[in-house]
Design a protein around this ligand. Sequence first.
Ligand code: ATP
Ligand code: MG
Length: 393
Amino acid sequence: MIDTLILNTAELVLKGGVRRFFEEQLLRNVQSQLLPDTPVQLEWRQAGLYLSWPEPPDIEAVRANAQRLARVFGVAYVGLAASCPLELEKISALAVDLLAGEPAGSFKVDCRRQDKRLPFKSPAVAREVGAAVLMAQPERSVKLNNPDLTLRIILETGQAFLMVNPLPGPAGLPVNTAGRLTALLSGGIDSPVAAWRMASRGCLLELVHFHSYPMVTQASLDKVKRLAARLATWQVADRLVLMPLLDIQKQIVSAAPEADRVLLYRRAMLQLAERVAAGSNSLGLVTGDSVGQVASQTLENLLAVTSAVSLPVYRPLCGNDKESVVQLAKRIDTYDLSIEPHDDCCSLFTPAHPTTRAKPATLQAAEAACDLGPLLETAWEQCELIPLTADWD
Ligand code: ATP
Ligand code: MG
């Protein structure tokens, strides 16, 4: 029965004159997200992008593609749809058939009319179809709030599309419509979420990870690569840059006040990330900082660290509490990887009493005493570029 995927693109509808630009990028993102050799026809209609199979498709292939497309930014929901002629009896019969294959439980019918000239009013269709379902499957009950099953019906000229429980997509704007950003990716919970949030506004990211190999294990580096590949299932980023920080850290440890170490690591990270950004026309940096979460994230420290660079530093989580970040990390499927144990370069040589209210001038003086220039150069020369492919496992 099911032969169409409907990708609803809610926010794009608002985009007026530049809508075509967003739609074209969304189309490219959708095409690159499909499984190889998926023989679909793509067509824009009022409700969004329709992907239809010319031959009756293998339902498992449709489901697998739907799961992938539910990770394309710009998509509000993905519906696995069946269609029928625009006749009330046929719509009701199809609804009964579709729901017959679903587990028991409450349901509601949600009907949208795309063509306002149609003789049917949406609420009347919903009522009629709901009644037909109840008649055929009396064990079901109607529940308008939070039902187990939502049957969505889209009425178009000549045709109706029906789908059960559309998959929620991330909505937002298609990746690569806003420009490039360079995100600092640690192995923790916050920075993958921060990168994802910026991608949801149409930015295409590159990810930079700083490591202290061989003082940190190869396993920690592999973890970051897996995290990046997981983010790539959302098309968040196209490459990962691995950058050695150990020699810079050792120099900071030997030449700077102990309390300032972490802040000086951070300034070095931002400076190196800014160099990566300059090489790829990136328009800003992204970090997972949240105000007050740890000592390095007081407003004073964030200011003193940020003054190391001139690109804007986007911190989309700065007003979030940890719990809300954890919730989002779970939703975007990075949490399980983030909580795997790893050693991070920032935990090397950490002071017992870090500076909590740094002054930019003092920190800059401490940095100058370290004479990091040549070491930054070497780190830059030693960076490793890894193109990303999505890891769906
Ligand atoms: P996260 O969970 O993202 O590690 P956090 O709350 O642990 O964040 P910090 O460890 O203080 O915070 O790091 C703040 C931000 O600095 C991170 O979100 C990340 O953007 C950046 N950062 C920290 N360590 C690294 C690293 N090794 N490589 C790249 N970026 C890093
Ligand atoms: Mg961290």
